[in-house]
Design a protein around this ligand. Structure first.
Ligand code: NAP
Length: 414
């Protein structure tokens, strides 16, 4: 019998397969989950009840997720003496789609971050973050409902590539010297970081963003970059993006220039607009003209900042799901951390992991289950039944525990 971390794979489930470039999802898919550290335990308990109830309600027993626990973080360390056992990574590879709670970043021990390691070893090159507002959620802006974007952030390159030399080291000195030989003057007391952006990584990210737009009826894909200053990295990202749209999607895309020259500014039926914005102006635009944007593709650092700024606009991190997706492999997660001070108190907001589950169900094509959950969360928040984090921002809220919030969502699936 197949096992990972010495835990047998449940016999009643089947693997999600990839055939002819498509996911083939059985009625009882085995989906590995990492519970997560700290508040992860409370959140997972609540979220998994919501997932199971939605699937049961949507498919009346015809479909069912067969959950399979895999281990990372503190729980893995306590059980196996390792923060990220190799079998955990292999299980995700084997079963293609997985979901995780937040993980503690180990201090020392040679691992920078478990999340970064997972992204790198599984080549999950796109960090996908949908940002939309749910009715009733307190927001710092007047019209939070106008923002509804899906951000595709490149996950493997840019200043996050990890090529950094500390000030004063031989590597830093050698690099400074190398640059001097090329005619660039860098102060000798500098630390150095390198920003690689490749054609390969740029095109595969933007390809994914355009395909997502096509499959989900979204009609604008915006390339966000700082190419006016960093011409050969961020500027190249923009240029390669337009090139890709022309090479692979010319029958379904138009650029902003073509829109005005050929179509009087009106987007023709069945076409997607590809445009680009400079990053600093984009931060203004998501506040002043949020409804003009739909899918955003951007290099790593811009994406990091922009996704948190957008999340804040619609009510903050407690409601922000995300996914790290490669070619088929996908790992869904909340974007917040373990919030350790609330661990095992049954108070934390489980919505981000629940919404990560919604993304997961959409990804495997179980849209009925996904939309049941989305509607039920929305109803619950509208009824002002919320956890402490939203209760403190709402007037007349009924503050409930994590588990009670899950129960209210399930009751609202009717
Ligand atoms: P955090 O765990 O996200 O918590 C910071 C604060 O955000 C909490 O104290 C709480 O604010 C609020 N918050 C976070 N999640 C919430 C939720 N579900 N419901 C309501 N409020 C929520 O960030 P951190 O304290 O910087 O990091 C703690 C640990 O998590 C670290 O080990 C870090 O490395 C790790 N981390 C993991 C991930 C991941 O696995 N994806 C991501 C980020 C951080 P209030 O106190 O105001 O209520």
């Amino acid at each position: 019998m197949l096992s990972f971390n010495n835990i047998p794979v449940p016999a009643e489930g089947e693997k999600i397969e990839i055939r002819d470039g498509q996911l083939v999802v059985p009625n009882r898919p085995i989906i590995p989950f990492i519970e997560g550290d700290g508040t992860g335990r409370d959140i997972w308990r609540a979220a998994s009840r919501v997932f199971n109830a939605a699937v049961e309600k949507a498919y009346r027993g015809e479909r069912q997720v067969v959950w399979y626990e895999i281990f990372a973080g503190e729980k893995a360390y306590k059980k196996f003496g390792e923060w990220l056992p190799r079998d955990t990574v292999e299980a995700i590879r084997e079963f293609t789609v997985a979901i995780k709670g937040p993980l503690t970043t180990p201090v020392g021990g040679g691992i920078r971050s478990l999340n970064v390691t997972l992204r790198q070893v599984l080549d999950l090159y796109a960090c996908v973050r949908p940002v939309r507002w749910y009715r009733g959620v307190p927001s710092p802006v007047k019209h939070p409902e106008k923002l509804n974007v899906v951000i595709f952030r490149e996950n493997t390159e840019d200043v996050y590539a990890g090529i950094e030399f500390q000030q004063g080291t031989e590597q830093a000195q050698k690099t400074i010297e190398f640059l001097r030989n090329l005619g660039y003057s860098v102060r000798p007391d500098s630390g150095i970081g390198i920003k690689p952006i490749s054609i390969f990584a740029t095109k595969r990210l933007i390809r994914k963003a355009i395909r997502y737009a096509l499959e989900n009826g979204r009609r604008v894909v915006t390339l966000v970059h700082k190419g006016n200053i960093m011409k050969f990295t961020e500027g190249a990202f923009r240029d390669w993006g337009y090139q890709l749209a022309k090479e692979e999607f010319s029958d379904v895309t138009v650029t902003e220039q073509e829109l005005w020259e050929k179509h009087d500014g009106r987007l023709p039926e069945g076409k997607i607009l590809i445009n680009d914005r400079i990053a600093d102006s984009m931060f203004q635009q998501v506040l002043t003209r949020p409804d003009e944007y739909s899918v955003i593709a951007t290099p790593n650092l811009n994406g990091d900042y922009l996704s948190d700024a957008c999340a804040a606009q619609v009510g903050g991190l407690g409601l922000a799901p995300g996914a790290n997706i490669g070619d088929y492999l996908a790992l869904f997660e909340a974007t917040h951390g373990t919030a350790p001070k609330y661990a095992d108190k049954d108070v934390i907001n489980p919505s981000a992991v629940i919404l990560a589950g919604v993304m997961m169900f959409e990804y495997i094509g179980w849209r009925e289950a996904a939309s049941l959950i989305t509607t039920a969360i929305e109803r619950t928040i509208e009824q002002k039944i919320v956890t402490y984090d939203l209760a403190r921002l709402m007037e007349g809220a009924r503050q409930v525990k994590t588990s009670e919030f899950a129960t209210a969502i399930i009751e609202n699936m009717g």
